[in-house]
Write a protein of this length. Sequence first.
Length: 256
Amino acid sequence: MRTHEQTVQSQFDPRAHAYLTSAVHAGGPDLQHARTLVSQAVPTAAQALDIGCGAGHLSFALAPYVGRMIALDPSPGMLGAAATAAAAKGLSQIETQQGNAESLPFTDSRFHLVCTRYSAHHWTRLEAAVREVARVLAPGGHALVIDTLGQDDPLVDTFLQSIELLRDASHVRNRSRAEWRSQLQSAGLIELDYAEWPTRLEFTSWVERMRIPADRAAVIRSLQEGAPQEVRQALQIEPDGSFTIRTGLFWLRKPA
Ligand SMILES: C[S@@+](CC[C@H](N)C(=O)[O-])C[C@H]1O[C@@H](n2cnc3c(N)ncnc32)[C@H](O)[C@@H]1O
């Protein structure tokens, strides 16, 4: 029987290339917003950490504005893809390291910027991970959290989490904006900015990225077809199974 961490590795190690080339991950308005926030507020010599770097897209976007960026991930396959792509882009500020969010392998107050994108829905213990973010941030340092959001309506939320889990065994939970707010506030982080965008997930590439078997994809389609109107509307489910969720961005500061 596998642990969740082993499931994460077995899900992501063989799929690093798919994440490197995924349009949803390589672009998006959140990356441009993140660049603007970081370039305006973070010193150019800053020490930065990207938690759950995956194939490295957030690190690539922000590395030009900081002195050093540690790209952290539990998956050696993802770290290899991120390191190779960073070298090809000439981003020598990026260094990769294995680790996970719930127990960051760094001393207190080490970073001026801690960021994470599209990773937290895989974290088992959000409260511990957010506490770790606050611990490794220097006083006055900034945190940037980007993730797909859960839904406030329990009917829609249960449906969303179910199809996410069917597609990816390492999925834990898309947290709602309210859940995030409460965790971030409890860790003592001050919210400076919040932004939200629709994220359309094109069905074929969404399932192919995780290489799920055809019978599993059929179960997801069958759930979608039987979904009540409230769910279909909230997730904008299209005839081919493509659907739209929300991505949230929190920009925070640890008190000086
Ligand atoms: C979708 S990818 C990340 C995408 C990337 N940040 C980007 O901007 O394109 C999700 C990553 O989260 C990582 N992950 C899963 N559980 C984690 C944990 N507990 N701590 C840190 N990273 C984790 C996975 O290994 C995977 O590489």
